[in-house]
Design a binder for this molecule. Structure first.
Ligand code: C5P
Length: 218
């Protein structure tokens, strides 16, 4: 029998703070962390580089099959354009299916793991003992993303970043395949008024409580 793993699912929209929270939780609880958005970003960028149309399921599924671990370190995946490409390839069930086994295998590591994304608590790991849904207003998220992009040397108007965020929220929330939605048993964490330290602390308390319940039930 394999040892049960303590999986922490961290879902939520772009720039809600979920990525930083996931990394901090990984450090606090000694668990490996997977940023699943990077997988979709990589598929989007690979599809685009191959001259494929990201809105075409067959082309995007080819991109998914070409994915290697090395691609995930490419700084091009962190750009604004890659986020948009990711959200376009992420609507295709074939792309999502191609990425499923990798994510589930990561989650099944002995001891557990933290995964952040859009559908971790609903589709990838519906039985995760700890689930968070991290949100913030679109305006605050756009400001955070705008500062992050500026820090990476990408010059862009705040209004354009806000429009990107709204467009991605709408596409990710409305798609049929694994739409972005809070799992019924997820704890909501609204970080609009929080510093990242406060948000990470609130997340730690949620996960500590979940871990205590999980241990008591084993
Ligand atoms: O989290 P990040 O902004 O890097 O995600 C990029 C895009 O990848 C999202 O807008 C979403 O369309 C897609 N995604 C997804 N499911 C995940 C993670 C990301 O559909 N688990």
């Amino acid at each position: 029998m394999t040892a049960p793993s303590f999986v922490v699912a961290v879902d939520g929209p772009a720039a809600s703070g979920k990525g930083t929270i996931a990394v901090r939780l990984g450090r606090m609880f000694g668990l490996p962390v997977l940023d699943t958005g990077l997988l979709y970003r990589a598929v989007g960028v690979l599809t685009d580089r191959a001259g494929g149309n990201p809105d075409d399921e067959a082309a995007a599924s080819d991109g998914a099959r070409g994915l290697t671990a090395a691609v995930l370190d490419d700084p091009a995946l962190r750009t604004r354009g890659a986020g948009e490409l990711a959200s376009r390839v992420a609507v295709h069930p074939g792309v999502r299916a191609a990425l499923l086994d990798f994510q589930r295998a990561f989650a099944a590591q002995p001891g557990g793991a933290v995964l952040d994304g859009r559908d971790i608590g609903t589709v990838i790991c519906p039985d995760a003992p700890a689930k968070l849904y991290v949100t913030a207003t679109p305006e605050v998220r756009a400001e955070r993303r705008w500062k992050q992009l500026a820090g990476q040397g990408e010059t862009v108007e705040y209004a354009d970043v806000l429009a990107d965020i709204r467009r991605r929220d709408a596409r990710d929330g409305a798609r049929e395949a694994a739409p972005m939605v809070a799992a019924r048993d997820a704890e909501l964490l609204d970080t609009t008024e929080m510093t990242i330290d406060l948000a990470a602390d609130a997340a730690r308390r949620i996960v500590e409580a979940a871990r205590a319940r999980w241990e008591a039930s084993r």
